[in-house]
Write a protein that binds this ligand. Structure first.
Ligand code: NAP
Ligand code: MG
Length: 499
């Protein structure tokens, strides 16, 4: 087959998947309807059309899935050696590599990211799988000295923590689900995944592909359904050992409360309102597109979007002018349009919410410099919005304090570095952040000064599993990436041996 024939075949497979009458749950390797028989629909945000019908799972389905995951955890999977789990992850990577365009196609119509952006995310996924494959054979405890009289040998062992509940948001599940799946397969845990109602399809298709690639039945289960029913049932389930959650701070709170039932371990990656600090000595050829895409990529639906762009006063005018010129080069369009750089936002609800912040910003006295409107004409049925910029924003305004999760950037002038750091820190979140300066000591002062989980210098948004990605303050806790990530899928056993 030629490359273009292969491409066509993968698109046809995506069509075949999308045309199923109902997308069922995946429990114990089987495709099954919800116990209640209930279904729900999901929409293509580029067109507003119903895209697919999904099983709407609830408590009974979560119970079944957790039982399957527990059985798998105790079954033959528990005897797989680290080398076998590593080989499995490598195989999963190979199969996903071959099928990635099919998945990109499904994700594009389900959550609206441009298909070109999604195709480019394949490299990120392959890196994650290589990383987790390497971690499978790097699990180790320590031998420790002790002060116990006599001959006592002491050490720590690591063991998989058990059944993981993975609660996934809609803003990029195709890749982000692998922070959970990768760690589950590397550690020997099992999982029940609850994808977001508005973007479940890539999670369902991946679960099928994992089975084809040799992941044993019951190791990765998927229960679609609402957060209120399926999500809450998973968060509160007494036989789930750990929850990995990415989503809003509000839902994070309810997951913390639900976790008390059996003292679940938690990893929470929540909201953000990151500050992107552009100093007067920045290279604007890089800082302008970098800061712009730090907000507008994925139509602003990225937790670590640098939505507060702090610009040093002497360059505010030049920065603003160049930013507005850069925005004119962005093309908002249908997610399947190869030339689109930005797609729609996920839903009518989200669009209404983002547009309401445009009114809030104006009422607070900020100046809308571009955008602020829903797009019409051939895009009128989708949830498209122009990239929008507010000027003259101060840090007390709601548009500077609250997460908008849409393509809205606020320019906030500052005079000196200490003021920039103080503004950056005057927010309840602590997820991302950046500084643009050609002076390394200025950049490092900002890196040290900003209370946040991740900082970029003269770039925005790189994430490598070897380096990791963190959040602090109300952005949550629990590492993503590095050995620390793997460690949260393991527990430590202290062993005392009298010989
Ligand atoms: P959300 O409501 O918190 O949804 C995230 C996930 O939690 C979805 O699967 C959702 O299911 C589920 N859920 C909802 N209520 C639940 C409950 N009571 N118990 C258990 N699960 C529940 O977030 P969203 O409003 O869809 O997404 C936007 C927000 O997520 C933004 O504020 C953004 O900051 C945050 N976010 C953060 C990151 C990050 O990496 N830090 C990434 C993406 C999004 P349903 O879809 O069925 O409601
Ligand atoms: Mg959808």
């Amino acid at each position: 087959m030629t490359a273009s024939q292969q491409d066509l075949a993968l698109r046809e497979q995506a069509q075949g998947f999308l045309s199923r009458e109902v997308h069922h749950l995946i429990i114990d390797g089987q495709s099954v309807p919800a116990a209640s028989g209930k279904t729900m629909t999901t929409v293509n945000p580029s067109t507003g059309d119903v895209l697919a019908r999904l099983a709407s799972g609830g408590q009974a389905d979560v119970d079944r899935a957790v039982l399957a995951a527990r059985r798998a955890f105790k079954g033959p999977w528990s005897a797989w050696s680290p080398y076998e789990r590593q080989a499995l992850l490598t195989r999963v990577g190979q199969v996903l590599d071959a099928k990635f365009d099919e998945l990109a196609q499904i994700e594009a119509v389900d959550m609206g990211a441009p298909v070109t952006r999604l195709r480019n995310s394949k490299a990120a996924l392959m890196k994650m799988l290589s990383f987790f494959a390497s971690q499978a054979t790097n699990i180790s405890g320590e031998t420790l000295m002790n002060g116990i009289p006599g001959s006592v040998t002491t050490m720590t062992l690591k063991a998989p923590v058990g059944v993981i509940g993975g609660i996934i948001p809609w803003n990029g599940p195709l890749v982000s689900q692998f922070w959970i799946i990768g760690a589950v397969l590397a550690s020997g845990c099992t999982a029940v995944l609850k994808p977001a109602s508005e973007a479940s399809l890539s999670v369902l298709r991946v679960a099928e592909i994992l089975l084809e690639a040799g992941v044993p039945a019951g190791v990765i289960n998927v229960v679609t359904g609402s957060g209120k029913d399926a999500g809450n049932a998973l968060a509160a389930h007494p036989d789930v050992d750990r929850i990995a959650f990415t989503g809003s701070t509000q839902t994070g709170r309810s997951i913390i409360q639900a976790s008390t039932v059996n003292i679940k371990k938690l990893q929470l990656e929540l909201g953000g309102k990151s500050a992107d600090i552009v100093c007067s000595d920045a290279d604007l050829d890089k800082a302008v597109p970098g800061a712009a895409m730090g907000v507008f990529a994925n139509s602003g639906q990225i937790c670590f979007a640098g939505t507060r762009v702090l610009v040093q006063r002497p360059i505010v005018d030049e920065f603003t002018e160049r930013l507005l010129a850069f925005i004119k080069t962005l093309r908002v369009g249908n997610s399947l349009d190869d030339t689109a750089t930005l797609g729609p936002v996920i839903s009518q609800n989200q669009l209404d919410n983002v547009l309401s912040y445009i009114d809030v910003g104006r009422a607070e006295g900020a100046e809308l410099l571009c955008g602020g409107q829903r797009l019409g004409d051939e895009l009128e049925n989708g949830y498209f919005m122009q990239p929008s910029v507010f000027g003259g924003v101060t840090n007390d305004m709601r548009i500077a304090r609250e997460e908008i999760f849409g393509p809205v950037l606020s320019i906030m002038p500052f005079d000196d570095i200490d003021e920039a750091i103080a503004i950056a820190n005057d927010n309840e979140y602590g997820l991302g952040g950046a500084v643009w300066s050609q002076n390394l000591s200025t950049a490092l002062r900002v890196v040290h000064g900003v209370h946040t989980g991740t900082m970029w210098v003269n770039c925005y948004g790189y994430v490598d599993p070897m380096v990791g990605f963190n959040g602090t303050k109300m952005s949550g806790y629990g590492a993503k990436g590095t050995a620390a990530h793997m460690d949260t899928y393991l527990y430590t056993k202290s062993v005392y041996m009298q010989l």
